[in-house]
Design a protein around this ligand. Structure first.
Ligand SMILES: *Cc1c(COP(=O)(O)O)cnc(C)c1O
Length: 487
């Protein structure tokens, strides 16, 4: 039976408390569709051909307060960066300042992408400035703003490395990636046609240089690394690692997801990295969308500039123009990339300035270290920077995470990286105050102290209990109709 049929219709005389408050018998909160709350038939009178129109249409007819409450209730059933702390390790879930949204919402920010470059000099100028800012921040000589996400940036960067090797007549078949790397690194290398060589960590949780030595050869196209790594540890041997990779003719790729730890303090380019992507939606405070729109600009050293995607913005004597780099890998996105996301990144960087960016990374590292001091779970690896990976020990990390939801906070990333058993990968970011970090620590410690029965049945204070995450991802029902048909 569908949930819909359990609901009272408008004619019901007396409602039980559960019905009136839309709470399921098992305690889950429930918000009906607007059309379930009432609808009316609207006559359609149109100039369009008869076979393209309907005579009438059923439309919901809520009053304004009903409508406002409907969306407010839906938003309360969810959790976001504006609900409370969101320490999802590696994802850098920062609050997005509203002034950047205000800029992106301005009517004059929406320009048609086919307009002539003569009439869009302001836009091109902003894009050019952002390329320059990102180049300065990462220590890179040239930047493309085209890729629409970090993963798309990785793919673009590895295609650039591949084009570079091919232009040199160099046949290389392998990309080396640490075991603890983000899944997108492995996917990127495979999609670009490379064999993946997986690199173990040493006991300290960092790159094992002996294993790296053994993995490197004239087949090595690139080594992909993030620094600090996914345990939050700075790869102290990075200069030696860069030299080892360069000695065999390989390219050193920087996964920029952890740039929040280094902003204004250290630059991947200075460490010897040749290519990097920036996760604009992590480091520069634009929203993480469910798959987009985001932006994953890519920076490269001078020798890789000619391979960047088409088009690329450059300055001329009289203004700005787009051009196709000489040996471009081609298009990776339409027009100039996700312009409004890039505009927000420009605004954020400009507002913070050099001192603000350096302050952000200092606070990101301070907050992670302060939080770590307050929690009862063990943290096997350190010293860490902007994030740490605690172990849930005897508990299942997913249970501990669900229990934390009961205390009004978002839990950390769980079960990754695998080098820490039952991992709770935690990144509070610089935006949280001491008071919020204390609240977060209390949630960790309450989960840590919970008995098995409690955490196995958690959460009990959220809009929904445990949902079947695997089926939701593998077998999504994307419309209400689909759910009804099945039931
Ligand atoms: C988030 C992340 C990525 C992928 O970035 P998206 O923008 O989500 O595609 C890659 N590597 C690491 C380490 C990440 O945390």
């Amino acid at each position: 039976m569908s949930r819909q049929q359990e609901r009272p219709d408008e004619q019901s005389e007396t409602l039980t408390f559960e019905q009136a408050s839309w709470v399921d018998p098992d305690g889950d909160r429930y918000e009906p569709l607007l059309s379930e709350k009432g609808s009316e038939t609207v006559e359609v009178d149109s100039e369009l051909p008869d076979d393209l129109t309907r005579d009438s249409l059923e439309l919901p007819n809520p009053s304004e307060p009903e409508l406002a409450r409907h969306y407010t209730r839906l938003s309360e059933m969810n959790y976001g960066v504006e609900s409370g702390p969101f320490p999802l390790g590696s994802c850098t879930m920062k609050y997005n300042p509203k002034f950047t949204e205000d800029l992106a919402a301005r009517a004059d920010a929406s320009i048609h992408p086919d307009r002539s470059e003569r009439s869009t000099q302001g836009t091109l100028g902003l894009l050019y400035e952002l390329q320059t800012y990102l180049g300065d921040i990462g220590g890179m000589d040239a930047v493309t703003l085209q890729p629409p996400a970090g993963a798309a940036g990785e793919f673009t960067g590895i295609l650039v490395a591949k084009a570079y090797h091919e232009t040199n007549g160099d046949e290389r078949s392998e990309v080396i990636i640490p075991e603890s790397a983000h899944g997108t690194n492995f996917a990127t290398a495979a999609m670009a046609g490379y064999d993946v060589v997986s690199l173990p960590s040493n006991e300290a949780g960092r790159v094992d240089t002996e294993a790296l030595e053994a993995a490197l050869s004239e087949k090595t196209a690139a080594l992909m690394l993030t620094n600090p790594n996914t345990l939050g540890l700075f790869e102290r041997d990075i200069e030696e690692i860069a030299e080892m990779v360069h000695d065999v003719g390989g390219i050193l790729y920087y996964d920029g997801a952890n740039l929040n730890a280094l902003l204004g303090r250290a630059r991947p380019g200075d460490m010897g990295f040749d290519v990097m992507h920036y996760n604009v939606h992590k480091t520069f405070a634009t929203p993480h969308g469910g798959g987009g729109p985001g932006a994953g600009p890519v920076g490269v050293t001078e020798e890789l500039r000619e391979f960047l995607p088409d088009p690329h913005v450059r300055a001329t004597d009289t203004g700005y123009e787009t051009h196709t780099p000489d040996n471009s890998i081609g298009k990776v996105h339409g027009y100039d990339g996700n312009w409004l996301v890039l505009l927000k990144a420009h605004a954020y960087i400009t507002r913070l300035g050099d001192a603000g960016l350096a302050d952000a990374s200092a606070k990101a590292v301070l907050n992670a270290n302060y939080l770590a001091e307050q929690i009862d779970y063990e943290i096997p690896f350190g010293p860490f920077h902007h994030e740490f990976v605690a172990s849930a020990g005897e508990q299942d990390a997913a249970d501990a995470a669900k229990r934390m939801l009961d205390f009004g906070v978002h839990p950390p990333t769980t079960k990754w990286p695998e080098i820490v058993p039952e991992a709770l990968m935690t990144e509070p970011t610089e935006i949280e105050s001491k008071r919020t970090l204390d609240q977060l620590a209390a949630a960790f410690n309450a989960a840590s102290a919970s008995d098995t029965d409690t955490i196995e049945h958690a959460p009990s204070r959220t809009a929904a209990g445990r949902i079947d995450q695997t089926s939701a991802a593998r077998n999504p029902r994307l419309s209400w109709q689909a759910l009804d048909d099945e039931e």
